[in-house]
Design a binder for this molecule. Structure first.
Ligand SMILES: [Ca+2]
Length: 182
């Protein structure tokens, strides 16, 4: 009687451990799977955003992709640099696109965009020669300082990077835009 009772006790304890270990093992396995799935998801998400096309980022609400270049160039040289990559300076035609680009600024600086009135004073046009409808000028801009500011940029002096017209020969960072390929 005593022996069988002891045996019962021991077997119960052993079984208890076994069940406990099994449960925690399953929990650990589930957690490991969960972490692996999460990591996989993050990697996939970043791979979608930074496409294989030279670091250009697809704008989800339009057909184009964008890259912020942190090399300083005059406006004309920035235009040339974009063109050499099958792109042009970014035509920021909506507030949503403006915000999308601002979120991706890592180096606080001015960034040339497509807006300019090089061809005719006060007739601001985008790179694609269309007139500006949506604008996001900083209050008091464009002021055409000294009668010689014809190139638009996202202005680092404003927290929201509202736009300023500046001297086209100044060297600035710039944003290129090109059509996203399927
Ligand atoms: Ca200005």
């Amino acid at each position: 009687m005593i022996i069988s009772s002891r045996y019962f006790h021991i077997s119960y304890v052993v079984r208890g451990f076994a069940i406990g270990d099994q449960t925690s093992c399953i929990e650990n396995f589930k957690m490991a799977n969960f972490i692996i799935i999460c990591i996989g998801f993050l990697v996939a998400a970043s791979a979608v955003e930074v496409s294989a096309q030279g670091g250009y980022i697809k704008y989800p609400n339009g057909p184009n992709m964008y890259k912020l270049y942190t090399v300083q160039k005059s406006y004309k040289d920035a235009q040339k640099a974009c063109k050499a990559r099958g792109a042009h300076l970014a035509d920021v035609k909506t507030k949503d696109l403006h915000n999308f680009l601002v979120k991706r600024i890592k180096k606080k600086a001015d960034y040339w965009i497509g807006a300019n009135d090089i061809n005719a004073e006060k007739k601001w046009k985008w790179s694609d020669k269309t007139e500006l409808k949506y604008t996001n000028w900083y209050p008091g801009q464009p002021n055409n300082l000294r009668g010689n500011q014809h190139c638009g940029l996202m202005w680092h002096r404003d927290q929201g990077y509202r736009w300023n017209d500046d001297f086209c020969n100044k060297k600035k960072f710039f944003i290129c835009e090109k059509t996203a390929r399927g």
